[in-house]
Design a binder for this molecule. Structure first.
Ligand SMILES: [Zn+2]
Ligand SMILES: [Zn+2]
Length: 151
């Protein structure tokens, strides 16, 4: 019972710490990739310029009567709109959707996230690319630089 209480307290502290950390993310040039956001740890970000609150969750579990599947989150590299998709291929991990945004931008999840409202944090790297999949090595590299300052 005591241990249970202790664990609960620790978990609560951790969640509070995580939220505080999340709120700061759009203020700094720290890189975050939708691809590397872990399940159950979405980033709730308030933009330091326009104050828009955005939830970058990376992925979403969907349960139906028959099965459970994952839908991944993508961001349009032009207008910044977020979208979930369960597009799948056996060729590798999809990082860009074949379907374009209404603005003709490409939906990707391997690029640094930016504010969908005012485009704060958007850089020259936020652009359409030919590559639609990443290799395991490239994914591993993104995991390593996720949460680190842009160098
Ligand atoms: Zn768009
Ligand atoms: Zn903004």
């Amino acid at each position: 019972m005591v241990i249970q209480l202790f664990l609960n307290k620790k978990l609560t502290l951790y969640v509070v710490y995580y939220k505080l950390k999340s709120l700061k993310i759009l203020n700094q040039m720290i890189q975050y990739f939708l691809l590397s956001i872990r399940a159950y740890f979405p980033l709730t970000a308030v933009c330091s310029k326009c104050e828009l609150e955005t939830i970058f969750s990376g992925l979403m579990w969907i349960r139906t009567d028959k099965r459970k599947y994952i839908s991944y989150q993508y961001q349009c590299q032009d207008c910044g709109k977020l979208k979930y998709s369960d597009e799948f291929t056996s060729k590798g991990q999809i990082v860009a959707l074949s379907e374009k945004c209404k603005c003709q931008g490409q939906y990707r999840r391997d690029k640094n996230i930016f504010c969908p409202g005012c485009h704060h944090r958007k850089t020259n790297n936020n652009q359409n690319e030919d590559s639609l999949y990443l290799t395991d090595n490239e994914i591993e590299h993104l995991r390593k630089i996720h949460g680190n300052e842009d160098s």
